[in-house]
Structures are given as C-alpha cells and as structure tokens.
Design a protein around this ligand. Structure first.
Ligand code: XLS
Ligand code: CA
Ligand code: CA
Length: 444
C-alpha cells in the first residue's frame, strides 16, 4: 500500500528518505534486506502478517539516561522549552519517522504524547489537544493506532501502585488517566488498549494485603472495560505480563498468571494478552513459551517485539535481531492463526551509546528484517516440514478407543488402573527432540 510521507515544517531526519526494500545483497544500512511489505507469504502480504508498530516512548521520549548516567541522546524535537511546543515537535518527528519507515501502526502512552498538567482537567486538555493533532496526521498519512495506554508508573503518586495502591485517592487518579487515555484511543481509532502494571505489585509482603490489591486491580479493569465499551470502543483490552521491574513482584507475572487472573475475575471475554519477549525471559520463560500459553488459551492479543540480554537479568528492551528466537515465536503465532487485530510493536530502544539519529532507523530496520526473514522461514516450516503432523502423531493414542474415552471423561481412576494392569508396560517411544531441532535449522 502506498502511504503518504509526513514531513512537517521542519524535517527531523534530513538525508533519510522512505526506507526501500533493496534485498539481501544491498550494502545500504538504510534499506530493508528482507522486509518487502507487498511480498506475499502464503495468503497475505508481509505487511498484513507482521503489522509492525513503532512505540512512541522509547523512540521519541527516551534519551539514553540510565541509573548511572545522564541523557546521551540529544534530539532536535526536545529543543522547545515549553512542554506543549515540545509535544508538537515530538509528534512531527514521530510521524516523519513512522512514514519514512513505512510501518502501518504506532502505540503511545498518554504522557508520551502530551505533558501532565497541574490538574486532572489540565492533563485531559493537553492530551485532547495532542489527540486532535495526531488525528490530523493519521488522516494525512494513513497511519493507524495499534494501541493506546496510560502511564500509571512514572509520576511519584504511583510509587505504591496505581489501581493497587493502598490509598484510594491514588486509585481515582489512575482512573482519571485511564478514562482520558481510553477517550484518546477511541478518538484515534485504536484497535487495542493496553494495561501494563509496572507498579501493580509489591516491594514487601510485610506491608501489603495482596488479596485486596489483586481484587482492586480486577475491579479497576471491570470499570475501565465498562467505560471503554460505553464510549464505543470495539477493540480488545490487553494486559501485558511482566514479572518484576520496577516492582519486586508484579501481579501480572507471566502469561499463565494473567490468563488465570482474567478467567478468575470474568474478564477473559474482553481482555487478551500483550506478550513482550523481554518480559517472558525475565519470568524465566522463552518468548515462544508465553506466546504458546496465550495461543492455547485463545488469548493472544498482540506482541511487544524486542529482546533482553542473555547475561543481564533486566529489561534491556533491545531490538529483536535473533532470527532463531523470532522463528520460534512466529511458528507459534502462525499455528495459532496469526496476529489478527494485534501487531508486532517494537517496544525497543537503541543503546545509550547509539547517538546518531539514523541509529533509530537502523534499529527498526533490523527488527523488521528479522521478523520478515523469520516469517518466510516459519511459513516454510509450517507448510512443508512435517513438524506439525509429527507432533500430532505423538498423541495418536488419544484419537480413538480408550484414549479418546479418557479425553471425553468416560474413564474413572479405577478403570484407568485396570487398563494399565492388562496392557502391561507401554512402548518405549522416543521424543525425537533433536530431529525437530535439526529440521528448524535446515530451514534457516
Ligand atoms: C515496560 C512495558 C511498557 C508497556 C506499556 O516494561 O514494556 O512499555 O509496554 O506500558
Ligand atoms: Ca512492553
Ligand atoms: Ca520491556
């Protein structure tokens, strides 16, 4: 699909034009080697399969600071001293990058797009102004909003939690922000709305009533859902699991914890999961594991595509460049029927040492190429390798006879015992893991 470029009065990335597909042999760092948006893989184009999104926060609000050092990234859109003027400059830069990169989607937090005001009403007005500006740019360019969200972790008032804060007054402020962020998401045609609970957890069990806090979280999500539906939000609400950081323990620990929570509190009809690679690995899982749990539950909503560092135990939010990992992820996604209304959002930032403006493009190009390449590999494996058939064949003993009767719940424990006693020792059947692993490598 041809999309219009947005270049405002000031060009923030001069010298960088629309990023083109040049193929594997290209030596141009500002070109795609594998992502060819219109290329058809199976029944859809790469653009339709992968539904890439750029995140507003790391890309335009992060400046390279870490706990030991100040900002290293000096961006031209931060030059205006007045916060709303800076917000407009940042938005111009954002739409210029989105459209030059050729992604169809973006994602934002309320506070990425508009500064917090001195009161709830002023914060709402700031956001509404910026939403109008974003809507205008969406209309001009064809850009779409994959999801909106509220930043319920940055302001000091949320230090003890947002929806799970022991002080009800803080919960009301969280509600005010979510209400305005839902209004913004609906106004911008957002396809999903995300809850990430960075402060929804605890630092010490000694001062925390976990039962009450988790019930408050569920109540908060019910009320947010009701409000969203009342203003015409037809999309999916998403909860993003993460085990820790900034909290010692976050209630939305991992995919299976969130699935259990959503089902227990009767939220699974409206809510799904936004699975982030780096959060799955922080929880001690693989990216593919959390995707598989979500697909199995029928609750895969969307994906934050990034990677952690294998040696560091924190949320490094690096661009995804590990082809093997991306293939495993897409094998799960393709078998689960694809991304549907979700997308691949680059919740990723260039390193604090990467201080050239072009580095932001190069990071995204690498992530897009990794998933484009992984898509062709995963699609080929899914269609030709026989992996899926072989995996199903391992369960053939449940397809008929007594195994099928067991699945239907028709055999009690004593009946199962009698079958074991009459049939004797089961066959010694290989799991063939190495066969599967070698086959994946053959397709890479
Ligand atoms: C932080 C999260 C955050 C969510 C949106 O670790 O990844 O960026 O995706 O609030
Ligand atoms: Ca994320
Ligand atoms: Ca992260």
């Amino acid at each position: 699909m041809a999309r219009s470029l947005f270049v405002g009065e000031r060009e923030y990335f001069p010298g960088i034009g629309p990023i083109a597909f040049e193929g594997r042999e290209s030596d141009n760092p500002l070109a795609f080697k594998f992502y060819d948006s219109a290329h058809v893989v199976g029944d859809k184009t790469m653009e339709e399969h992968l539904r890439f999104a750029v995140c507003y926060w790391h890309t335009f609000c992060g400046k390279g600071a870490d706990p030991f050092g100040e900002n290293t990234q000096i961006f031209p859109w931060d030059e205006p001293a007045e916060p709303m003027a800076a917000a407009h400059a940042r938005m111009d830069a954002a739409f210029e990058l989105f459209t030059k990169l050729g992604v169809p989607y973006y994602c934002f937090h309320d506070r990425d797009m508009a500064p917090e005001g001195d009161s709830v009403a002023e914060s709402e007005a700031n956001l509404a102004t910026m939403v109008d500006a974003a809507a205008e740019r969406q209309r001009a360019t064809g850009m779409k909003l994959l999801w909106g969200t509220a930043n319920l972790f940055g302001h000091p008032r949320y230090m003890n939690g947002a929806a799970t804060n022991p002080d009800f007054a803080v919960v009301t402020h969280a509600a005010a922000q979510v209400k305005a962020a839902l209004d913004a998401t609906v106004a911008l045609g957002g396809e999903n709305y995300v809850f990430w609970g960075g402060r929804e957890g605890y630092a010490s069990l000694l001062n925390t009533n976990t039962k009450r806090e988790i019930e408050h979280l569920a109540m908060f999500l019910h009320k947010a859902r009701d409000y969203g539906r009342s203003i015409g939000f037809k999309g999916t609400f998403l909860v993003e699991p993460k085990p820790m950081e900034p909290s010692k323990h976050q209630y939305d620990f991992d995919a299976q914890t969130v699935i259990g929570f959503l089902r227990h509190f009767d939220l699974a009809g409206d809510f799904k999961l936004n699975v982030e690679a780096n959060h799955a690995t922080l929880a001690g899982h693989s990216f593919a594991h959390d995707l598989q749990m979500s697909v199995d539950a029928g609750l895969l909503g969307s994906i934050d595509a990034n990677r952690g560092d294998p040696q560091n135990g924190w949320d490094t939010d690096q661009f995804p460049v590990d082809l093997y990992d991306a293939v495993h992820a897409l094998l799960v996604v393709l078998a689960g029927g694809g991304l549907r209304s979700g997308g691949l959002n680059f919740d990723a930032k260039v390193r604090r040492e990467s201080v050239d403006l072009e580095d932001i493009f190069i990071g995204h190009i690498g992530g897009m190429d990794t998933f484009a390449r992984a898509l062709t590999v995963a699609h080929a494996i899914s269609g030709n390798s026989g992996i899926a058939e072989r995996r199903e064949a391992r369960y053939a003993s449940f397809d008929a006879g007594e195994g099928a009767a067991f699945e239907r719940g028709e055999l009690d424990l004593a009946a199962l015992r009698d079958l074991a006693a009459t049939a004797g020792e089961p066959a010694h059947t290989s799991g063939k893991q190495e066969w599967y692993e070698n086959l994946v490598n053959q397709y890479l």
